[in-house]
Write a protein that binds this ligand. Structure first.
Ligand code: NAP
Length: 248
């Protein structure tokens, strides 16, 4: 895969987990990186240091992706300080699990606002500079559960399925402008998000994965880097599963 030198990437939720691995992978390929985080300053500072050690320009921007002003600030940081935005990875996401009959409305709203609206706001802010440059790669972080459903996750599954609809719609709007829009659907990936799962649930999940192991953040980062590359310019509106075969 060719170098990403001269490109600037924005990754939401880049301080930890999958987002961190994506930031590092894009930087290894030469891209400058701006990432956002919600509030874990220690993790963000560590990731920022690791990025700089790879010899690229990097910025960490604290802010809630669901806040329109914060989303705009994030994209503006790339455009004003690092010369543009060529790659946007909408990775930030949260869970607030619970069975539907007992789910609080605020937990439904928080997940939709962060996972779905946050991605919309960042895409909206990024589209104009990408259109001007007639170049862009947008990758949205969906999930294997978007298409299969999952008990206890009506809010999360709705947000991740919504991202697929948004991906395909924007791909159709932007196709003629040199901007591709794709989604990645990870399966069970070892991060802080899944660390809270009870042991029994983890074992049950592992038994459904044909490759026989949980994924790691680097597995997802490699797929994102491919879709974010120049070479992937004829791929748009697609959902790439990175799940060890779990979703088959
Ligand atoms: P994680 O370890 O919990 O990390 C979440 C990241 O998102 C952190 O950097 C966090 O920042 C940031 N974040 C959370 N809410 C935010 C907000 N409102 N505004 C800005 N940043 C915010 O999660 P992960 O497991 O890496 O998951 C990353 C993405 O992959 C999510 O969209 C998730 O739904 C998706 N996914 C994960 C799995 C899995 O098995 N892990 C499977 C399928 C899909 P702080 O560090 O400041 O908290």
């Amino acid at each position: 895969m060719g170098s990403m030198s001269g490109k600037t990437a924005v990754v939401t939720g880049g301080s930890r987990g999958i987002g961190r691995a994506i930031c590092l992978e894009l930087a290894r390929r030469g891209a400058n990186v701006v990432f956002s985080y919600a509030g874990n300053t220690a993790a963000a500072e560590k990731t920022l240091e690791e990025l700089k050690a790879l010899g690229v320009e990097a910025r960490a921007v604290q802010g809630n992706v669901a806040d329109p002003a914060a989303a705009k600030t994030l994209i503006d940081t790339a455009v004003k300080e690092l010369g543009g935005i060529h790659i946007l990875v909408n990775n930030a996401g949260i869970t607030r699990d619970g069975l539907a009959m007992a789910m609080k409305e605020e937990d439904f709203d928080a997940v939709i606002e962060t996972n779905l609206k946050g991605a919309f706001l960042c895409m909206k802010a990024a589209i104009r500079p990408m259109m001007k440059a007639r170049y862009g790669r947008i990758v949205n972080m969906s999930s294997v559960v978007a298409l299969r459903g999952n008990p206890g996750q009506v809010n999360y599954c709705a947000s991740k399925a919504g991202l697929i609809g948004m991906t395909k719609s924007l791909a159709k709007e932007m196709g003629a402008r040199g901007i591709t829009v794709n989604a990645v659907a990870p399966g069970y990936i070892s991060t802080d998000m899944t660390a809270a799962l009870p042991d029994a649930a983890r074992q049950a999940m592992l038994s459904t994965i044909p490759v026989g192991r949980a994924g790691n953040p680097e597995d997802v980062a490699a797929a994102v880097a491919f879709l974010a590359s120049e070479e992937a310019g004829y791929i748009t509106g697609q959902v790439l599963s990175v799940d060890g075969g779990m979703g088959m």
